[in-house]
Design a protein around this ligand. Sequence first.
Ligand code: CA
Length: 659
Amino acid sequence: MKKSLLLLVFIMLTTLIQAQDFRFDEMTYSPQKTVFRLFAPADAKTVKVRIYKEGLGGKPFKTVPMKYQDGLWMAEIQGDLQGRFYTFDMGRGECPGVFAKAVGVNGKRAAIITLSDTNPDGWTTDQRPVCKSPADLVIYELHHRDFSIARSDAQHPGKFLALTEPWAIDHLKSLGVNAIHILPSYDYGSVDETRLADNKYNWGYDPVNYNVPEGGYSTDPYRPDVRIREFKQMVQALHQAGIRVILDVVYNHTYDIDHSNFQRTYPDYYYRGERQEVRGKRIPEATDISLTSHLSPLTSYSNGSGCGNETASEQPMMRRFMLESVKYWINEYHIDGFRFDLMGIHDIETMNQIRQMVDTIDPTIFIYGEGWSAGSCAYPNELLGMKANISKMPGIAAFSDEIRDALRGPFSDDTKPGWLGGVPEEESLKFGIVGAIRHPQVKMKKVNYSQKPWAQEPTQMISYVSCHDDMCLVDRLKASIPGLNKPLTSDLIRLDLLAQTAVFTSQGVPFMLSGEELLRTKQGVHNSFESPDSINHLDWSNKAKYPQVFEYYKNLIALRRHHPAFRLGCADLVRKHLEFLDAPKGVVVFRLKNYAGRDDWRNIIVILNASTSAQQLTIPAGSYTVVCRDGVIDENGLDTLSGTAAVVSPQSALILHDN
Ligand code: CA
């Protein structure tokens, strides 16, 4: 009796598949046979795989029951299934599995294709553009429709392919950005791919198939290979232009619960919430990595995303899923970076494991995220990827709401101004300028949101004043500062350029919303996630209307890229070389001294003046060259200045250097 029990335990231990060894290989094709594997509960009544000729409609021509074996449900179908579609069904409704790599229209069914057939010519020699430090990145956040939908010469407006077109590449290259952060580009649910002529718009924060490009951005969502090939063509064209591609990943929630692929394969496994003990089942610990763990059902779902649910990255298979998905986008699509939506929902351990895994492929792949959630999470705060915990996540950055809101005013109220509108937020701005690190001259007590520095290195802070969320810069300035709420004025342009000067001379990693260089407006709409193109589109005619704006952005970016003093990339160097000088109210002045970062320029002085009057400042005696003044930047010099007095015009930046 005792012997047989021991034998049983031995068999159980040797057949358990461990999560860390697991691969989500849900479909393995060969011309002779196709093997299906699904992670679904051991006690599921039946699990079936159905094979279809079409990606939508029609009846299955084959339905095969799957068998439970070694922690997974398996089926093997003989014959050549190339070009066919399939779904899994464990009693919760059909779905393409959690890790479909190709799908039919609207992502309802997975497709059997050969991925290497989707590679554009030259794909195997495609190379990631060089980037030595994240501090060297200039990130441009872009939505496919915003960028190209209103462009009259676009061949493929609103599609992945628009970013392969000469006008697009020329614009990005001349602006000087070297990384494009694309808003959700995996298959999402809110745009019906069978009705693309309706031109429905969505940001795409409603994930359906995490590992397949969105069909709405392809020229044919019905053909599974097309979206994959076109996505790769986009990456390839950007890489050839020296531009990295960063993916916005939204693992923190799904479009909904009942229809999600997670819920339809392993109910209640992937989500957080209240669990009820059921006889014979138990709540597994985060350290429990066997696939055969039994789970009691959730009695309620936590909603840390504000979108109705939150995923449980601490669950071994959810963690595994995220790791594998990130790896897949790097290897299959040559992705160069990841922006984690609501990273504060994910646990620190998962984020660190992702960083470590990515390092084994290429440590220059950049990882950053929103260091917050949109509601309270069913997991301890101190274990989550929150901004305050960034020091526990080396090599991972977070957005700084300190510098953003210091400049333009609080997220919670669009009508409230920030430093640009005369609010004394100098210390919060300084905190952003040093890159959220400890710096002896930043008085943390006066910093808006953080009581202590949260970044170990300045490259852990994303420096920005606007992103797709909330108002773009022009709209925010108009909404919050009296006198600007009328057609574009020179005051508004001055403040716009001043704001970006603070961002691009900051030691954090600079980030801008696409179209700000064209004085973009969303007509005052704050949350434009499903506003029509007429609100979200870039108005390209502004490029000719306000040439000085584009020119300033371009020269500002070039100034940063040409001068390592602005991107030291190391906390000790920032503390050593960056010093703030005394300045009157409304003015922030800093000096990058003694050839910071081996810069050609010995000392650089940046004077940022938000006040409505000209200000005279005392600066260290020297013989200076003026490179930025009154909304114009010229690295070769606009003027010279000798002595200890510098005068900065109202609402503008002055940048000088000696030698
Ligand atoms: Ca879709």
